[in-house]
Ligand binder design. Structure first.
Ligand SMILES: [Zn+2]
Length: 271
């Protein structure tokens, strides 16, 4: 059994990029903990920030239950303002404390090295989480945590969400888990309504004609979300030359690249 720790900026980040893989880890008996940095409290054209915060727990816990995640840790920063509310060293220390408490073998998070990432919260989580995972076994980082009784902890693998096929070096067959990924996304109702409504803003401004999108009530998001998720996962499987129908792709680093020193040996795969 491995322990897996996910750091995401917003409830729904992990579901979009790794929902099938996380469902698979859970189904295989691994223990998954989810850290959600913000409240999603700017993510709507129709709800107030207070209303969004009120539905946050229901949505993230609902999605976690669908995927089989055992524990959710919401940090409660304001959507879009993470980097302003938490200085980089403070957020890194907060993440390192969680790593030293949860003791994960594998960390999932945003990629600090991906270009063109437009969301400041994704960038902030990416830097803080990847540095925390890289250095949590160094005892001189945040020594006050050790003085409180926590121990240094070594993270074996980091799996980065990978928007671009160029970055993907690890693929997971999610046949049998794509429906759980989609069902978990449906639990994030406010964010799914937002996703469709935002696409409609782009469509209207562009002057382009996509009748099914223009006519869609954003609250009837289910079929559009399912179709896009299946198209995307099918494309990943095809590009990777896998036999399965659906896959997710990641940029993974593990054991500091030590495998290159043992060319005749291989590390077993968990999923
Ligand atoms: Zn996000």
């Amino acid at each position: 059994m491995k322990r897996v720790l996910v750091f995401e900026a917003h409830g729904d980040d992990m579901e979009f990029f790794a929902g099938g893989t996380i469902a698979k880890f859970c189904a295989l008996g691994h223990e998954v903990t989810l850290v959600v940095a913000t409240d999603n409290d700017k993510g709507s054209f129709e709800l107030s920030a207070e209303e969004l915060r009120a539905v946050r727990d229901k949505e993230i816990n609902g999605a976690a239950a669908v995927l089989g995640i055992g524990r959710v840790i919401p940090l409660g920063y304001s959507d879009g303002d993470l980097a302003f509310q938490a200085a980089a060293d403070r957020l890194r220390g907060q993440f390192m404390r969680i790593i030293r408490e949860v003791k994960p073998d594998i960390v999932f998070t945003w990629d600090p090295f991906t270009p063109y990432e437009g969301h400041a919260d994704h960038r902030a989580v990416a830097v803080a989480a990847s540095e925390a995972a890289s250095f949590s076994h160094f005892p001189l980082y945040y020594p006050e945590q050790l003085a409180e009784g926590l121990q240094p902890h070594y993270v074996s693998e980091t799996w980065f969400f990978a928007k671009s096929p160029r970055d993907q070096n690890k693929f997971v067959d999610i046949d049998g888990y794509i429906e759980k990924k989609i069902e978990a996304l449906y639990q994030h109702e406010a964010q799914m309504v937002l996703t469709i409504a935002d696409m409609q803003h782009h469509l209207r401004a562009s002057g382009l004609d996509v009748p099914w999108l223009a006519q869609l009530d954003p609250h009837d998001y289910q079929e559009a979300i399912a179709r896009r998720m299946k198209q995307g996962a099918r494309a990943v499987a095809q590009r990777a030359g896998l036999q399965c129908e659906y896959a997710e792709g990641f940029r993974r680093t593990r054991y500091g690249g030590i495998e290159s020193l043992a060319r005749d040996q291989q590390i077993a795969e968990d999923v």
